[in-house]
Design a protein around this ligand. Structure first.
Ligand SMILES: NCc1[nH]cc(CCC(=O)O)c1CC(=O)O
Length: 312
């Protein structure tokens, strides 16, 4: 039987985490608009980032920008779907022409979790332990504290990485606590890291909703899902990243939080080996201005050629 025209068509990647996030958006849309969940279609797309899971490729090798979103962006722009649902930290700062991030769900826990089958935390890792991560930010932050660690590539979706850990591919790894929470796997974490040492990736823990520019109908449909404090914090962090021209070959951390009426933003850039890092912090009421200020301050501290010197 031909199903009736859906109320909305969501596009997502097919990983268990991406599907959990898309289902959450479907549930919230259904509640906000009094429509059946079945009336919200979920279309699954395989992205370049899903296809290239080979161990020795880093995300920067496969092109970085939009590698987890391109196929969904294309489907949105061509009208095949109405809404793209993403982990905001996977969304490049330079969005394709004609679409924008219209809403952000309330942010999950922003912190990184430490996972190991042999030890409790970073400090307990033996000399020269194998630290599994393909994130240059996590590698740099780990090496800052423990220059003796050996970084081993660690890609794949959350369950793949959990299995690799059980298989002994590495002695420890880091994962976003947000993803573990959404998958009901938070009990796998042996420690939760202090964001001062492990400043999260810009926009970590926030689900972002993309729609076509000038699509008034879907702008209205997604509006009730937007969490204004999260929206402002993510805007500050992504603006900072854009000022840094945040290539994913440069380790960057950011964390924006509300302190009463004021938005604060901390930012950090690191060398690949974690031995050099710069930090800036400011607060303000306008998220974009705040992001620009902290980004510029970091650039000023690091000097004009920082990205080249640091192996970009
Ligand atoms: N690039 C993978 C990715 N993208 C978003 C998350 C976690 C969920 C989130 O930050 O919202 C993860 C996995 C991880 O870093 O552990």
């Amino acid at each position: 039987m031909q199903s009736p025209t859906p109320f909305a068509r969501i596009g997502t990647r097919g990983s268990p985490l991406a599907l959990a996030q898309a289902r959450l958006v479907r549930q919230l849309l259904s509640e906000a608009h009094g429509v059946e969940e079945e009336a919200v279609a979920i279309e699954v797309f395989s992205t370049g980032g899903d296809r290239s899971q080979s161990e020795n490729t880093t995300l920067s090798d496969i092109g970085g920008k939009g590698v987890f979103t391109k196929e969904i962006d294309d489907a949105l722009l061509s009208g095949r779907i109405d809404i793209g649902v993403h982990s905001s930290k996977d969304v490049a700062t330079g969005l394709p022409q004609g679409m924008s991030l219209a809403a952000f769900l309330e942010r999950e826990d922003v912190r990184d979790a430490f996972l190991s089958v042999s030890v409790k935390g970073m400090d307990n890792l033996p000399e020269g332990a194998r630290f599994g991560t393909s994130s240059i930010r996590r590698a740099a932050q780990a090496l800052r504290l423990r220059p003796d660690l050996r970084i081993v590539p660690f890609r794949g979706n959350v369950h793949t990485r959990l299995q690799k850990l059980l298989d002994g591919v590495a002695d420890a790894t880091l994962l976003a606590l947000a993803g573990l929470n959404r998958l009901g796997e938070e009990h796998r974490a042996t420690a939760i890291l202090d964001p001062e040492d492990f400043m999260p990736a810009p926009a970590q823990g926030a689900i972002g909703i993309a729609i076509r520019d000038h699509d008034d109908r879907f702008a209205e449909i997604v509006a009730p899902l937007d969490h204004a404090p999260t929206h402002a914090a993510i805007t500050a962090e992504r603006t900072m990243l854009a000022v840094l021209d945040g290539s994913c070959r440069t380790p960057v951390g950011a964390l924006s939080e509300w302190a009463g009426e004021m938005l604060t933003l901390k930012g950090e850039i690191l060398s690949l080996d974690g031995q050099t890092s710069f930090r800036a912090e400011a607060s303000g009421k306008d998220a974009t201005t705040l992001g620009e200020n902290v980004g510029r301050e970091l650039l000023a501290q690091a000097g004009p050629n920082w990205a080249d010197q640091w192996g970009r």
